[in-house]
Design a protein around this ligand. Structure first.
Ligand code: BEZ
Length: 259
């Protein structure tokens, strides 16, 4: 059996780069929807350690990366010293010059105040500017969340959903928010994207510790281990095959234009 060690602090940029590269590897085809052009000014919103920001820079667009986690920005600056990175929050960032596009991969499901982020993105764009984003949509990681909530109840946490850190909207919910704030949505899709967790047997335990740590806050280490083991037992028949875990990701992908 894999061993579980509970880290004190989970937004570890090295762990993120080493073990969770799928976050930006899957994001690469979103770049085709962005279709950056030389000379365009583009913001990568929630850039993490900068891998997709660098891909945008390779097209000779001028790109800026922002992320709310200082540890991620520190690593992004080390990785790509030629790119401008800043610590900033999606709900209240400002830009010096109006942008041709805002790009965001695998971030907006962390922002429950979606209307605040959309207002910021809108004010940052030029008229006709593009907002291209992918994030978790309605039904994302549903089996994992259900198993986590069941396991948490078994250790005496009776309202586990109050700890849920994510916003996974339906297409209609998100498109409505965008339209209310002055975007034309020209493309929106919701699709299943089962995601292999490369760490073999430890895959789901590590995923929970990296991404779902908000659910574990306030538990003793023993309770956390018990919950993770119970989640593994419950999900093994459906999400574990041939020694590898798969997370039941479901993405929403959007292309919207500032009117
Ligand atoms: C996602 O990319 O869909 C995701 C990542 C971490 C937690 C929840 C969802």
């Amino acid at each position: 059996m894999n061993s579980i060690s509970i880290p004190k602090h989970n937004w570890d940029s090295t762990l993120y780069e080493d073990k969770h590269a799928f976050v930006w590897q899957y994001g690469e085809d979103l770049l085709q929807l962005l279709n950056p052009k030389p000379g365009e000014l583009i913001l990568d919103l929630g850039c993490g350690t900068g891998q997709l920001t660098e891909k945008i820079a390779q097209t000779e667009a001028e790109v800026i990366g922002i992320d709310s986690a200082a540890t991620m920005i520190e690593k992004a600056r080390q990785n790509y010293p030629h790119i401008h990175f800043d610590v900033a929050d999606a709900r209240n960032f400002q830009v010096k010059q109006p942008l041709d596009a805002v790009f965001s991969n695998a971030v907006l499901h962390w922002i429950k105040e979606a209307d605040e982020a959309i207002a910021c993105i809108h004010q940052a764009l030029k008229p006709g500017g593009r907002f291209v984003a992918e994030f978790g949509g309605k039904g994302n990681v549903q089996a994992i969340v259900k198993a986590l909530c069941t396991a948490m109840k078994s250790v005496g946490i009776f309202e586990p959903q109050t700890l849920n850190p994510w916003y996974f909207p339906s297409i209609s919910q998100y498109v409505t928010l965008l339209e209310q704030q002055g975007f034309d949505v020209i493309y929106a899709t919701l699709f299943d994207r089962p995601t292999l967790l490369v760490e073999k047997e430890a895959g789901i335990a590590n995923w929970i510790q990296m991404f779902a740590s908000a659910f574990l806050v306030g538990m003793t280490v023993e309770q956390q281990i018990k919950v993770i083991r119970q989640v593994e037992d419950e999900l093994k028949p459906t999400l574990y095959q041939e020694g590898t875990w798969t997370a039941d990701y479901r993405r929403i992908r959007i292309l919207a234009i500032k009117v």
